[in-house]
Design a protein around this ligand. Structure first.
Ligand SMILES: [Zn+2]
Length: 73
């Protein structure tokens, strides 16, 4: 999956193309902002999104902060 932090909101989708859609939809739905064009969204996703794998979450009191992983510290 791909994920992206945009406007302080965490967005995620199966792939970059889906994530572009997600960003555009999100801006329309949540921020009623039509200022970002598709090309800009695509560029943003291409440069700023990161690989994201959902791991077991919320299983034993583990909060959202723990859902990015596994990464050795
Ligand atoms: Zn947002």
């Amino acid at each position: 999956m791909r994920a992206l932090l945009y406007c302080g909101c965490h967005l995620e989708a199966e792939g970059e193309e889906e994530l572009v859609r997600e960003v555009l939809d999100h801006l329309r739905r949540e921020h009623s902002a039509g200022s970002l064009g598709e090309a800009e969204a695509r560029e943003f996703v291409a440069t700023r999104s990161y690989r994201f794998e959902r791991v077991r979450v919320y299983s034993d009191g583990v909060g959202p902060d723990e859902e990015f992983g596994p990464e050795p510290y």
